[in-house]
Design a protein around this ligand. Structure first.
Ligand code: S3P
Length: 182
């Protein structure tokens, strides 16, 4: 049964993938090119608490962050005409997965472990989930999450293309879906 609230053309676009893959930048570019509103879920949570994610994890705790994350994703993914960037851990929550796949179009930005680990040094200070973990632990997390991200509508390997090219590819594929399914 199709319980989706909006037509394919109106559905919001949701970006998933591991930390630091470029979801926010790509989603921002796509939103601009499609004249849609951009929503960054982490930013919404940070605005509500008035502090960065690292601080929320420290003083309020990850559990509360995940509850807020679910609240915001479930609210926005049901709205039409948004482009939404999810934090890398959001899709691990079943309710978030189900709701995004039901109401929006989910794009998975993939990256190989070899390319990703080159970025680790730029990410670690702002990503509490990466702190105090060995490289082996992070690789395990990377691989575990990969299998959950496989629940998507469309996937793009981003290793050898820049964010502008990723955004253009996504827009072409969205337009094709509009033509085929509207
Ligand atoms: C997290 C990813 C972060 C942010 C938080 C937790 C995760 O978002 O939501 O630090 O569990 O992977 P990005 O994927 O935008 O870095």
């Amino acid at each position: 049964m199709n319980r989706s609230l909006h037509s394919v053309r109106e559905k919001s676009l949701v970006f998933i993938g591991f930390m630091g893959v470029g979801k926010t930048t790509v989603a921002q570019l796509v939103a601009k090119k499609l004249y849609r509103d951009f929503v960054d879920i982490d930013h919404e949570i940070e605005k509500e608490y008035g502090m960065p994610t690292t601080e929320i994890f420290k003083s309020i705790g990850e559990a509360k962050f995940r509850t807020k994350e679910k609240e915001y994703v479930l609210r926005y993914c049901k709205q039409p005409l948004k482009v939404i960037s999810l934090g890398g851990g959001a899709f691990m929550q079943e309710d978030i997965r189900k709701s995004c796949l039901e109401h929006s179009i989910v794009f998975y930005l993939d990256i190989s472990w070899d390319s990703w680990k080159e970025r680790l040094h730029m990410l670690v200070d702002s990503r509490p989930v990466l702190q105090n973990r060995s490289l082996e632990d992070i690789e395990t997390l990377f691989n575990e999450r990969k299998s959950t991200y496989e629940d998507h509508n469309s996937k793009l390997m981003t290793d050898h293309i820049n964010e502008e090219e990723v955004a253009d590819y996504i827009i072409d594929s969205v337009k094709l879906a509009w033509e085929l399914y509207s």
